[in-house]
Ligand binder design. Structure first.
Ligand code: PAF
Length: 271
């Protein structure tokens, strides 16, 4: 039976008891609107730990666009149903318990966080790193699980854990995709049926283009607004908008020149 905690003080008592029992804790931090990608994180956490903790907290400090924050889906009952049987403990902390300081104290990274998502979403990673540090301090997990779809976020969290000597293993989990290749994201529910269909071209074009400039041209021709496409460390990163919904993705650039990118990305081959 999943236990739900809305107060950190109650959670801390329960957490101390897990220590007494010598249990290994896996942690999946989320902003809710859970989908099969989150389920995969929970399943991996369950396989690798004695106890799985899920947090659902729509973190206001990582939204640079107030409209995006206001429209962020919050289906708590459906989230708890999805977590049932996978998460042992669910934290639903109120904002004032996460930010008793009114966000006066922050974690800032000055290099990787300034590119790609950071360049297009000022303050975003400061909000992410700050809340993740707070959640890790509250949960004290042995392992914490994050999706590779948010590659830059994962790299920054890993970097923070190393830089601040956090006693936690950061685990990256493969992106889960719909049958047409679109990466699962909580924002996908905001796509109209037509936009959802067209959105599948995003990963296909990312994976099937010989270089970022060609990918940008092809995406624009398909009606996407493009924030960026860039190749970095064997990965192609991209962010686009379609019908006002922002999507990000990344694929691994494969070494096989005959089947360059789709195979590595686990995407359907372009027809
Ligand atoms: O990836 C997310 O859902 C969020 O950025 C995270 C890591 C839960 C921090 O709010």
């Amino acid at each position: 039976m999943t236990r739900v905690f809305e107060r950190l003080a109650e959670w801390r008592t329960a957490r101390a008891e897990l220590d007494t029992r010598g249990l290994r804790v896996g942690f999946v931090p989320t902003m809710g609107a859970l989908h099969a990608g989150h389920r995969a994180l929970l399943e991996q956490a369950k396989r690798e730990n004695d106890r799985v903790v899920l947090s659902i907290f729509v973190n206001p400090t990582q939204f640079n666009d107030p409209d995006d924050l206001a429209r962020y889906p919050r289906p708590v009952a459906a989230d708890l149903a999805l977590a049932d049987g996978l998460a042992d403990d669910v934290l639903l902390p109120p904002a004032e318990e996460i930010y008793p300081d009114d966000y006066r104290y922050r974690v800032t990274e000055y290099t990787l966080s300034t590119r790609w998502e950071g360049a297009h979403r000022p303050g975003h990673f400061e909000g992410v790193l700050t809340v993740v540090l707070k959640l890790l301090n509250a949960v004290r997990p042995h392992r914490a699980y994050f999706g590779e779809k948010d590659w830059q976020q994962l790299e920054l969290i890993r970097g923070m854990a190393g830089a601040l000597l956090l006693p936690v293993e950061i685990v990256g989990c493969a992106t889960v995709r719909d049958v047409d290749g679109l990466a699962l994201s909580s924002r996908n529910v905001r796509l109209s049926p037509t936009a959802r269909k067209r959105a599948a071209a995003f990963p296909r074009i990312l994976a099937g283009s010989p270089d970022p400039a060609t990918a940008v041209a092809r995406l624009k021709a398909e009606g996407f607004e493009v924030d960026y496409v860039d190749d970095h460390a064997g990965i192609r990163l991209g962010a686009v908008r379609i019908d006002g919904v922002r999507l990000i993705d990344n694929i691994q650039l494969a070494r096989d020149p005959l089947n360059p990118r789709a195979a590595a990305a686990g995407l359907p081959s372009p027809s």
